[in-house]
Design a protein around this ligand. Structure first.
Ligand SMILES: *[C@@H]1O[C@H](CO)[C@@H](O)[C@H](O)[C@H]1NC(C)=O
Ligand SMILES: *[C@@H]1O[C@H](CO)[C@@H](O)[C@H](O)[C@H]1NC(C)=O
Ligand SMILES: *[C@@H]1O[C@H](CO)[C@@H](O)[C@H](O)[C@H]1NC(C)=O
Ligand SMILES: *[C@@H]1O[C@H](CO)[C@@H](O)[C@H](O)[C@H]1NC(C)=O
Ligand SMILES: *[C@@H]1O[C@H](CO)[C@@H](O)[C@H](O)[C@H]1NC(C)=O
Ligand SMILES: [Zn+2]
Length: 302
């Protein structure tokens, strides 16, 4: 009863990642496992993120290409407003920029309302979506809203590890580094196309999901790009050193949902020891390796 009352009193906003007039939640004590106790929608059957199992993905040759409109033209190297909302670093485009996406299965044009990040406290996790159980070190969400009210589509880009810095990210990272709390707003000219993979064809996975933060509103179209953006371990430290050391939700059950793609995906494999993220199995191997080092040093010392 109290829960219902709290919920109806405090949660007028269904914008999820856009407003904060909701009961307290975080990624620690009031973390993802606790959310369903306060936010009913968080235990729904169409939640995000998910593990994208490539063997389960349905190739749909009728899907239109994804159009990412004006992201890459010069007139969008416009002023962005960066802040820290207590959960993530979030940037709002200038109202005049009118960046948008269309195509895919979208029936209308969806306009960009914010860009924000999900990261972890070490480089072997941090993403919300996983592909064939592989975790990625960083994920960026481009939240878009259609003219029809409460109609959202989120474009998601996953990052992979590479040995050297991705120079294209340096100016963004220095802003991220200074965006420390909600009283800081940084207006900054930034070319957002640097957060997109450089391939001209934007192949994607598509499914119906939810916001990945309370109140976990469903009915969101998710478009996860198949190609990734590189980042180095040093660059990731700007995120892991944030006051919020990690802010990702684990994959939710797919239930009866379908994942579509505009291409035929190959099983996701870790290509080499560097330059790609590590699957859970690899991570376990690394831990076993560190454990044996600890045991060896124990034996040598005593
Ligand atoms: C953007 O502007 C710069 C400098 O004015 C120019 O060199 C570049 O070619 C332009 N790029 C596009 C995509 O128009
Ligand atoms: C950025 O946000 C602050 C605080 O809401 C506001 O005062 C400022 O005008 C915004 N700047 C731009 C360029 O939107
Ligand atoms: C991040 O901020 C810290 C403390 O202000 C500073 O020492 C460091 O050089 C900054 N790093 C980058 C890459 O901007
Ligand atoms: C934000 O950080 C600045 C600099 O450390 C500090 O002075 C200010 O009190 C902080 N504001 C909030 C709301 O935490
Ligand atoms: C998403 O839901 C809508 C409305 O129920 C449905 O028409 C569409 O086929 C679904 N999309 C996918 C990829 O399952
Ligand atoms: Zn998000």
């Amino acid at each position: 009863m109290l829960r219902l009352l709290l919920f109806s009193l405090l949660s007028y906003s269904t914008l999820g990642e856009l407003r904060s007039s909701t009961p307290h939640w975080d990624y620690q004590r009031h973390g993802p496992d606790a959310w369903p106790h306060v936010f009913d929608a968080c235990e729904g059957d169409a939640q995000s993120p998910i593990d994208i199992r490539t063997s389960h993905v349905k190739y749909d040759s009728h899907l239109a290409p994804l159009l990412i409109n004006s992201y890459t033209t010069n007139n969008t190297i416009s002023v962005w407003n960066f802040t820290h909302n207590g959960h993530t670093i979030i940037a709002y485009p200038s109202p005049l920029s009118r960046l948008s996406i269309s195509g895919a299965s979208l029936r209308e044009v969806y306009y960009l309302v914010n860009v924000h990040f999900h990261w972890g406290y070490h480089p072997y996790h941090g993403s919300e979506h996983t592909i064939d159980s592989t975790k990625f070190p960083l994920e960026v969400h481009f939240v878009h809203e259609a003219r029809s009210p409460n109609t959202y589509a989120v474009l998601s880009v996953l990052f992979t590890l590479q040995r050297h810095d991705n120079e294209q990210l340096n100016d963004l990272l220095s802003i991220v580094n200074q965006t420390i709390n909600a009283s800081v707003w940084i207006e900054y000219r930034f070319d957002v196309s640097r957060l997109l993979p450089t391939t001209s064809t934007k192949h994607f996975f598509l499914y119906n999901g939810s916001f990945t933060v309370p109140p976990c509103t469903e009915g969101i179209t998710w478009i996860v790009l198949a190609k990734h953006v590189p980042i180095s371990v040093d660059q990731l430290e700007i995120f892991s050193g944030n006051s919020v050391p990690s802010n990702f939700r684990s994959p939710q059950k797919l239930s009866s949902r379908t994942i579509l793609a505009d291409f035929e995906p190959e099983p996701y494999e870790v290509e080499s020891s560097h330059g790609t993220p590590h699957s859970t199995a690899n991570h376990a191997q690394i831990s076993m390796f560190s454990l044996s080092i600890i045991i060896v040093s124990f034996l040598t010392n005593y």
